[in-house]
Design a protein around this ligand. Structure first.
Ligand code: UD1
Length: 316
């Protein structure tokens, strides 16, 4: 990709996806400002860049008062593009504490957009989620499918998308929303019961512990590898202003949780019990994306199928 060298703000830049995006942007030659409150992001995720003068790390809550710290950074060297990834990432946690999800996931987006509008940023790219669809009739799901989210998390991701579209329309701020399917890869936190299923299965299998599948395990997800997601994000950041989205970012392939458990055990060469537990409430049954729009508008194609991504995780 040929891009001029610019300064990119990555909110949530110490998180799972954010830190991979930071790696990628620095590798492309850009300067990067990370904004992270380290509530779920980790310093070790970006520790490999310690001493790199092109990286500035600001510790702040995305839903708090951002302006002073960002204004200072911007005055030193203008921030021209923003990848907004800072968020509470758990669907289950949003059902337990919807107000906190609203504060961070919708409120944080609005604060970032306000700052970007005032500083004439050239593009804001946003990490939305397939959770905006809810239980859709059409699977694989195209972007034009009706959105009927069934969690506060999905509702707040959807309202954030609407805010991005509004700022593009009303304020002329170029924005792109990307709807991520189920992202997986190295650095995904496995420590909470709300963590991504692949990170949990991987950690348990490596420790020789049985895997727990919630419900019958026939629910399906479109698992997309983090290197593909950061590719889509970089393309979105440098895309033309008329690419507003929302655009699905997935593989277009659905995998059941039962198939996933078998694939993890196969890739790790482990023989462990797979147990079933009660199904989770507030969950989407099937989730899989039609990926044509991102291909047409961003030239994006997921390069990793599930087992290739799982195999890469072993070496980390
Ligand atoms: C995930 C993301 C969310 C994203 C959404 C996009 C995480 C933590 N959540 O939600 O940010 O917006 O995809 O659609 O990455 N499961 C088990 N056993 C386990 C853990 C999970 O069977 O030990 C099952 C769950 O019940 C679920 C599936 O695996 O059916 C996926 O769960 P999870 O990884 O938590 O992701 P989502 O809820 O799909």
């Amino acid at each position: 990709m040929s891009e001029d060298i610019e300064r990119v703000l990555v909110t949530g830049g110490a998180g799972f996806i954010g830190s991979h995006l930071v790696d990628r942007l620095l590798a492309s030659g850009h300067q990067v400002v990370v904004l992270d409150d380290f509530s779920s992001g980790k310093r070790e995720n970006i520790a490999q860049h310690t001493g790199d003068a092109r990286l500035l790390v600001i510790e702040a809550d995305v839903a708090g008062d951002l302006d002073a710290a960002l204004d200072t950074a911007h005055a030193a060297s203008p921030i021209t593009r923003v990848a907004h990834l800072a968020a509470k990432v758990s669907v289950v946690a949003s059902l337990e504490d919807p107000l906190e999800d609203l504060r961070v996931n919708a409120g944080g987006t609005l604060r970032v957009l306000e700052w970007a509008r005032r500083h004439a940023v050239r593009k804001v790219a946003f990490a939305s989620s397939a959770a905006v669809y809810g239980d859709v009739a059409e699977v694989p799901t195209p972007e034009r499918a009706p959105c009927a989210p069934i969690s506060p998390y999905g509702i707040h991701k959807r309202s954030s998308e609407r805010y991005l579209a509004l700022y593009a329309e009303v304020h002329g701020l170029p924005t792109t929303s990307l709807r991520f399917l189920n992202v997986f890869g190295p650095r995904q936190d496995a420590s909470s019961p709300y963590s991504g299923v692949i990170s949990i299965f991987f950690e348990r299998a490596r420790a020789g512990l049985p895997l727990t599948v919630y419900g019958d395990g026939e629910q399906t997800r479109d698992f997309v590898y983090v290197a593909d997601v950061t590719d889509a994000l970089e393309r979105a950041l440098f895309s033309s202003p008329d690419v507003v989205g929302p655009l699905n970012v997935g593989t277009g392939v659905g995998t059941s949780v039962n198939q996933l458990a078998a694939a993890v055990l196969e890739v790790l060469g482990a023989q462990l019990e797979v147990r079933h537990d009660e199904a989770r409430g507030g969950e989407i049954r099937h989730s899989c994306a039609v990926v044509d729009a991102a291909a047409q508008q961003l030239g994006f194609h997921a390069g990793y199928e599930l087992k290739r991504g799982l195999a890469e995780m072993i070496d980390v």
